[in-house]
Write a new protein. Structure first.
Length: 387
């Protein structure tokens, strides 16, 4: 940044409120209700992370429920499979992404077609031809529809022993197939062109974004969903994008479209925001209670969460039991603009109960004063789990 550019000072409290407003966690019903609300939430956030752990409801449903009080799981299916307003692809992890943003992911698909995929280098051309032939002939299918696989040894912990599953995954990353439906974690694969109707004239696929357009997309997505951004928060697990994003930020600062921010406690880490975002930094908001997924956008960038909230979340599902501090699947609890607790929960679906494994108070000494309000939200959370 040019030395003459003056930084706007910002306290952590102000920064938290900006981020919470951008995440729509300071408003009771920010997106409305029904399938349209689900699509609107994904579009605003930019992505909603998918994860397989199901000791409680899976993360994608949980993240949406946090922002849509009357969220129904069928609403996500409607958006993905019927309205086709969202699709699945890799961001920093496998996620639901707005279908309107698909063009920004086409270059990655093209690159995987050209270079292959590092996780799926062992896929044999014959296995790929087999699954594509089946889908072209018979329509969309799941891995359960293929029963003639000869199982092979796993290459790593998360690999499949089914060659056809690896082939389906490779075709997904290359953009030949898309996931047209989910039942739990069972994925239905369909030809992407057929799913989106590009195989029917005059429909055609969108034009892949240029490198310049992709940089602007990443920056604008972060500004919309984070309010206050840094290079690390814009390029989460995507270090190669940082040089181009920095150049774009410098251009926007010169145009007075972005303002450098001196965030309390951030040290040398640079932050930026739009001028109108800083004008509303002190606005009051509803003191809502949210039980957050550890994969929520407010939590998944651990260093950022700790900087803004003074709370260092530990994801301990893969930590030996004797070394856990917060619990196997601890959920941060947000009250207003403070994270006050981490609660390890488990859903007993057979007995239809939400089990309390561990409750850990964090933050200021006044955190326990929120116990009654947290318990009320836990009751609502339990109803969601068991619905």
């Amino acid at each position: 940044m040019p030395r003459a550019t003056k930084s706007h000072p910002l306290t952590k409290t102000e920064a938290r409120r900006i981020w919470l407003r951008a995440q729509r966690l300071d408003t009771a019903v920010p997106f409305g209700e029904g399938p349209g609300a689900t699509a609107a939430a994904v579009e605003h956030l930019g992505y909603v992370q998918i994860d397989t752990i199901n000791v409680i409801e899976r993360s994608h449903h949980h993240i949406l429920w946090t922002r849509i009080p009357n969220y129904q799981r069928a609403d996500l299916r409607q958006a993905q499979s019927v309205d086709k307003s969202v699709f699945e692809y890799w961001t920093h992890a496998l996620s639901y992404v707005p279908a309107r943003d698909l063009r920004f992911f086409l270059p990655a698909m093209k690159r995987h077609r050209r270079e292959g995929h590092k996780w799926l280098s062992s896929v044999k051309p014959a296995d790929l031809r087999k699954v594509l032939r089946l889908i072209r002939r018979d329509g969309a299918l799941t891995i359960r529809d293929i029963d003639d696989d000869v199982l092979v040894d796993k290459e790593h912990l998360w690999a499949s022993r089914k060659p056809s599953k690896r082939a389906l995954q490779l075709a997904f990353y290359t953009g030949v197939l898309t996931i047209s439906e989910r039942n739990g974690m069972l994925k239905t694969y369909e030809l992407m062109a057929r799913h989106f109707g590009w195989d029917r004239p005059p429909n055609k696929p969108p034009k892949p974004a240029s490198a310049k357009e992709a940089s602007a997309y990443l920056l604008d997505r972060a500004l919309r969903a984070q309010g206050l951004v840094s290079l690390d928060s814009i390029c989460h697990l995507d270090a190669p994008s940082k040089p181009s994003i920095r150049r774009l930020i410098e251009t926007r600062v010169r145009r007075n479209e972005l303002v450098p921010v001196a965030l309390e406690g951030a040290g040398k880490q640079e932050h930026w925001a739009r001028p109108d975002t800083l004008e509303t930094a002190d606005d009051s908001a509803l003191e809502l209670v949210h039980i957050l997924s550890p994969f929520d956008p407010l939590i998944i960038q651990r260093k950022r969460t700790e900087l803004f909230f003074g709370y260092g979340h530990r994801f301990e599902a893969y930590v030996p039991k004797e070394k856990r501090r917060l619990g196997y699947f601890a959920l941060p609890v947000l009250v207003g603009d403070e994270i006050v607790a981490a609660i390890d929960l488990k859903t007993d679906r057979e007995r239809r109960k939400l089990l309390m494994q561990q409750w850990t108070w964090v933050g200021s000494g006044s955190a326990r004063s929120h116990k009654r309000r947290v318990e009320e939200e836990l009751h609502r959370f339990e109803r969601f789990q068991l619905a």
